[in-house]
Design a protein around this ligand. Structure first.
Ligand SMILES: [Zn+2]
Length: 165
């Protein structure tokens, strides 16, 4: 994706207040992120581990969502769990349940959408082999990288559509 600026990111959020968007802790050294390897930008708030953010776009308008990280959810699985976006399997703790408040009236009523995701939201890096999942890894598949990226893109879009629906 194209390199994003702080302004791009703060104005992309669809499911939090302007104040929350303004206060969100952004990744440090934005200019130095490996943008060529990122299909979306996801990060955990370094100062508040229960907060995470995901910003996607590129071919269309940017869409950012604020996420709540539910810790301990991975305990429901015996030993491994899978990210629902990129399908990378991790050992316990590498995947977390991320919930996003829905936009509009459903969100005001406390409606959320939750999905299991790589706990560090680095799906694009796992898919490209730039980051390794501890003890598990990407399931061997006959898909090409392009096909996996397209599938992940579709999964991210579907998630964002549910948030904004
Ligand atoms: Zn993932």
């Amino acid at each position: 994706m194209r390199p994003l600026t702080e302004h791009d990111i703060r104005t992309s959020f669809i499911n939090c207040s302007k104040g929350e968007a303004k206060r969100a802790e952004l990744p440090r050294d934005l200019a130095d992120l490996p943008w060529d390897d990122l299909d979306f930008l996801g990060w955990r708030d370094p100062g508040a581990p229960e907060r995470a953010y995901l910003v996607a776009g590129g071919d269309g308008p940017l869409v950012g969502v604020a996420l709540r990280v539910t810790s301990g959810a991975a305990r429901a699985f015996t030993s491994r769990s899978m990210c629902s976006l990129c399908l990378t399997t991790h050992t316990s703790g590498g995947v977390a349940l991320m919930t996003a408040r829905r936009t509009g009236e459903p969100g005001r009523q406390g409606n959320t959408v939750g999905q299991y995701m790589c706990a560090d939201l680095a799906c694009p890096l796992y898919l490209r082999g730039k980051r390794q999942a501890a003890g598990a890894g990407v399931v061997e598949e006959s898909l090409t990288l392009e096909e996996k990226l397209a599938r992940t893109h579709a999964n991210v879009r579907a998630f964002l559509d549910k948030v904004a629906a």
